[in-house]
Design a protein. Sequence first.
Length: 321
Amino acid sequence: MKLKLKINCFNGVMALPAEAVDKYINEASHSDLKVLLYVFRNSTGTLDTSEICAALKITEDQLEKSLLFWEKAGLIKVDGNLQKDKKQDKQVSESGKAREQTAAHRIIDMPTQYGQEEIAKKSQENAEIKFLLEAVPHQLGRLLSPSECSTLVYLYEGAGLPADVIIMLVGYCASFGKGNMRYIEKMAISWAEEGIDTHEKAENKIKELEERRGYEGQVRSIMGITDRALTPTERQHISRWCSWKMPIDLVKLAYDIGVTRTGKLSFSYINSILNAWHEKGFTTVEQARNENKKSRAVDDKTPSYDIDEYVRLSMKSLHDE
């Protein structure tokens, strides 16, 4: 395939060191390259970190790492013009700090592939990386491929997870037969985005996941789902019930009511019932049954079950949407 440049689209040009491409194109991260292009494009005048972060949609931590990367490479020099004025930091409102600290997601650099020699060098220079690469094979009960070693180093350096957190995550995944590195990487990136970056946070997350897995297993048993995987929507419903701390016997009652009324398994129907009970603060089967008795109409031929009415209206709104 041949490529041709469209010269007529060049309204302006900028100079970029050839070394940046020749030597660092495979080493630099996605953020590193964006920062370099932005800095050289705006090389005149003063550059402010907040402006760079806003323009490139990256965090200040990522910007700092990228600037240090290129400074170490000898392509830029970080001085006062590239640093945020300390006085501005003091003027940041507490509400602004809170919004930053409670941001839903961190931005994670694109995965970096490390060669065997580079991995060996990093292992010699960094005790945590060395410990990580030695501990994970024991947890998985097998040797790691070069690609898997590269993934672990990326999770440590690129995703920013401490070695002990990665090791805890690997141990958790291995405990239920998910020792595949792709699965581990996906979960690790999710943890990084959630800010799970300490031993305590990892312990709490694992406890939460184990509770959810146990709860999910109980729900599957109640509903007789043994020969297939749950759909994302079904798993989302179960996760919601678990977050409500909905007792499993109430889930069973809702399931029985749903099957009796609809003649089939309907997660949406069951969720509507459980949502009504959750809003009323029900925590026992007795409460739900007493509510049913109170709501029955005088005429037995036309029984009125308040949960049924709630479900009917909920299902109608779903169809209307």
